[in-house]
Design a protein around this ligand. Structure first.
Ligand SMILES: Cc1cc2nc3c(=O)[nH]c(=O)nc-3n(C[C@H](O)[C@H](O)[C@H](O)COP(=O)(O)O)c2cc1C
Length: 376
């Protein structure tokens, strides 16, 4: 039996990941916020989007390639930014950067990832995007942008939907904390996941390699406490304008759910926005991203690119978002299910199953290209 047959879709991979990593790492990745209604609403709202198949279109192989910000990508989806990715599987950032380079899709490196732009930029071979939580100090801001640019990150993604750390109750119960607490319970949970524990021991405790040079302590506990001091969770439009002036390449604002904010992003000179509720992790009363997508598409009238995320679990969901007007999709958890379940092969495997699913369903729908999908 090949690996592909054992994990034909994301739910199978997610189950395998859950069995392979300690409970606290799983809860870190899977949790939403507060009562977690938004996780379920993201799913239900995507399921409610019907696509009406067209028939008698003859034999064709769908073309999945698409252009975004002047680059051609092999598929209309990319790998979204995930902080502390190394907690799920050590070296996840390197694995995903290599997948991005091999397969021709973008990989957004988080400010709070465990690897640095210096290490990841060259591995992504021009497919790297840099996700920024805006630093408070203008000198640190300028330095991070320079490091991203110098290492080949062409697109800047500024995340604006984390004004405060959210209360993720499952994480609290599971003992996920920054800095980590090594209690008998967490040590036991690590010990019963030997593959993860060995890989983590070999790789070392996750570090905040992008931010750590700005900290005045080198211990993980001290550094973790400083993340919140270095990055400013509450940037305003004036700050965005400064970011626009400072970044010569495409600039994307991530975490927009209101039509008015989308219009302001256009006025401010953004090249793209991500319609996102942060995978249901920040504000549980927020709308499912897919329900606000059509209104935002109308509001911006094609003036900026619209990216979509939150709740995508397969090719069908990507098709639903594109059908409702998105230009491109991002996936957060999906690629980490892959690395947690399959290690170094995980990134490529997630790409392969999403691609196969998308292609098969486009044939079912009668859509020969991404453009045809959008036009319905
Ligand atoms: C564990 C985890 C960590 C995340 N860290 C970041 C981050 O550092 N920066 C960011 O912009 N978004 C972050 N996100 C949000 C993702 O980029 C994305 O918006 C979300 O995961 C999309 O939903 P999905 O997981 O259902 O695909 C994180 C999401 C998860 C699940």
């Amino acid at each position: 039996m090949t690996l592909d047959e054992r994990y034909p879709s994301l739910p199978y991979l997610a189950r395998a990941a859950r069995r392979r990593v300690p409970f606290f790492a799983w809860e870190y990745l899977a949790s939403g916020t507060g009562p977690e209604t938004l996780l379920a609403r993201n799913r239900a709202a995507l399921d409610a989007v019907d696509l009406v198949p067209r028939v008698l279109r003859g034999r064709f192989t769908p073309d999945l390639s698409t252009e975004l910000f002047g680059r051609s990508y092999s598929v209309p989806f990319g790998i979204g930014p995930v902080g502390l990715s190394g907690l799920m599987w050590p070296g996840t950032e390197c694995i995903l950067a290599r997948t991005a380079a091999r397969k021709g899709l973008p990989y957004a490196l988080s400010t709070t990832a465990n690897e640095s732009p210096e290490r990841i930029g060259p591995l992504a071979e021009g497919n790297g995007w840099f996700q920024l939580y805006t630093p408070v100090d203008p000198e640190i801001r300028a330095d991070i942008l320079k490091r991203a640019r110098d290492n080949g990150f062409g697109t800047l993604v500024v995340t604006v939907d984390v004004p405060v750390g959210s209360r993720r109750e499952r994480q609290l119960v599971a003992g996920v904390s920054v800095p980590p607490r090594f209690t008998p319970r967490t040590l036991f949970r690590a010990a019963i996941r030997p593959a993860w524990s060995l890989a983590t021991l070999r790789h070392g405790i996750p570090r905040f390699r992008t931010l750590e040079k700005y900290f005045d302590t080198q211990t993980f506990a001290g550094a973790a406490r400083q993340v919140g001091k270095v990055v400013d969770g509450r940037p305003d439009w004036e700050m965005m304008r400064r970011m626009r002036d400072a970044w010569p390449g495409p600039l994307v604002i991530k975490g927009i759910l209101s039509e008015e904010d989308a219009r302001r992003a256009v006025e401010m000179g953004a090249d793209g926005i991500v319609v996102s509720n942060h995978g249901g992790r920040q504000f549980d009363a927020a709308p499912a991203s897919i329900t606000v997508l059509p209104g935002i598409v109308r509001a911006v009238g094609g003036k900026v690119k619209i990216l979509f995320d939150s709740g995508i679990e397969g090719g069908l969901d990507i098709m639903r978002a594109l059908h409702l007007g998105a230009d491109f999709c991002l996936l957060g958890r999906a690629f980490l299910y892959g690395t947690a379940a399959l290690g170094a092969r995980g990134g490529d495997h997630v790409y392969d199953i999403l691609r196969a699913d998308l292609e098969a369903n486009m044939v079912q729908l009668g859509a020969a290209s991404i453009a045809a999908l959008r036009a319905g």
